[in-house]
Design a protein around this ligand. Structure first.
Ligand SMILES: Cc1ncc(COP(=O)(O)O)c(C=O)c1O
Length: 334
């Protein structure tokens, strides 16, 4: 339940912090009893990084499809059998867990709620996303400008007893550039301009080196976890300093501005509306080149990035339907 200003995660029993949500998933899979040959049921609309912990345990990914509203395309009776099933709150919007609960009741599978996109987001009943299943994953680094930061929340008391101890908060941060960006933004008067200029320079250098302005997907991310599971040394302080209500309010306001512009730009929001209590990761939409340019202009003016999501797994990308390939998002990371 939400108390105004409180965080969805508190250090202590049932919570462990990591650098990346991939490490939180690895521990969740271990606690759920995943072993070599176990099957893990994933949505095929997913970022390929997520496969690394599955492969690390020599488990086998099996898939359910997602429709263009980002809900399961088929009833759970049609999903393949697996020991674990993952539900994703895409872009911080609450996934309806009813079908997942029906699946776990029938098969005995363990449900993991992947809330990597939805730190600070809640469902219509005001439940924090990430707290609605046996295991919840968070990736706070996608919501806050911090070098890394992720968490696993475990509700089952028996699994809590078997959790690995909290790793030391001694990481130097997997993406230290986020700290410089946050510092730049806080500089009075010139901060935003400086950040825009340095982002533009970074894009130009990247285009020169790789031929594209956007960060290039890492082809190894599907098979390898990046080194360093220990969380960044500044993570606890950074979480204590979050003004929760202001951050939720900022995200909802940015979403409303994007939704209004989308009508004029002729682009289609992925979600019909912004549900009450939802703190969106960004504004996901589909649109033509002209509409994209208008949304890019909005992103540039507000210091946001326009990104594509996801970088699909190799097994999926070749046969992926169009609605898996054409989603763009104005990312509200500030
Ligand atoms: C839905 C989802 N879950 C989990 C992850 C993994 O998060 P992290 O990058 O913190 O490991 C991602 C990464 O993009 C994601 O999109």
């Amino acid at each position: 339940m939400h108390e105004t200003g409180s965080l969805p995660l508190k250090a202590g029993k049932g919570v462990r912090f990591y650098s990346l949500a991939r490490y939180a998933l690895l521990q969740a899979l271990q606690l759920a009893g995943v072993a070599p040959g176990s099957k893990v049921l994933l949505p095929s609309y997913v970022c390929r990084d997520l496969l690394a912990p599955v492969y690390r345990l020599r488990a086998i990914p099996v898939w359910y499809e997602i429709d263009n509203q980002l809900e399961p395309a088929n009833p759970p009776e049609d999903w393949p059998k697996a020991e674990v099933v993952l539900a994703i709150n895409y872009f911080g919007f609450p996934q309806d867990l009813a079908r997942f609960r029906a699946y776990t009741a029938r098969t005995g599978a363990v449900l993991i709620e992947d809330n990597a996109h939805g730190f600070l987001s809640r469902d219509a009943d005001r439940n924090w996303l990430g707290s609605r299943a046996a295991f919840g994953l968070f990736s706070m680094r996608k919501t806050l400008r911090i070098p890394d930061g992720a968490a696993l929340q475990v509700h089952d008391p028996q699994a809590q007893e078997r959790m690995q101890p909290q790793l030391p908060f001694d990481g130097s941060g997997l993406n230290p550039a986020q700290l410089y960006k946050a510092k730049m933004r806080r500089m009075p008067i010139l901060g935003d301009a400086l950040l825009s200029a340095s982002t533009a320079l970074a894009r130009r250098v990247r285009r020169f080196r790789t031929g594209s302005e956007l960060p290039q997907p890492d082809p190894h991310s599907e098979n390898e976890l990046p080194s360093g599971a220990d969380p960044w040394s500044g993570l606890r302080n950074a979480l204590l300093n979050v003004d929760v209500d202001a951050e939720i309010g900022r995200r909802r306001k940015a979403y409303a501005a994007c939704a209004a512009l989308a009508v004029r730009a002729g682009v289609n929001p992925v979600f019909k509306e912004l549900p009450a209590h939802c703190a969106p990761y960004g504004f996901p939409f589909r649109g033509d080149a002209a509409g994209r340019r208008i949304m890019q202009g909005f992103a540039d003016r507000h210091g946001f990035d326009l990104v594509t999501w996801p970088d699909l797994p190799g097994a999926i990308v070749e046969h992926a339907p169009e609605h898996y390939r054409n989603v763009l998002m104005v990312n509200f990371l500030w």
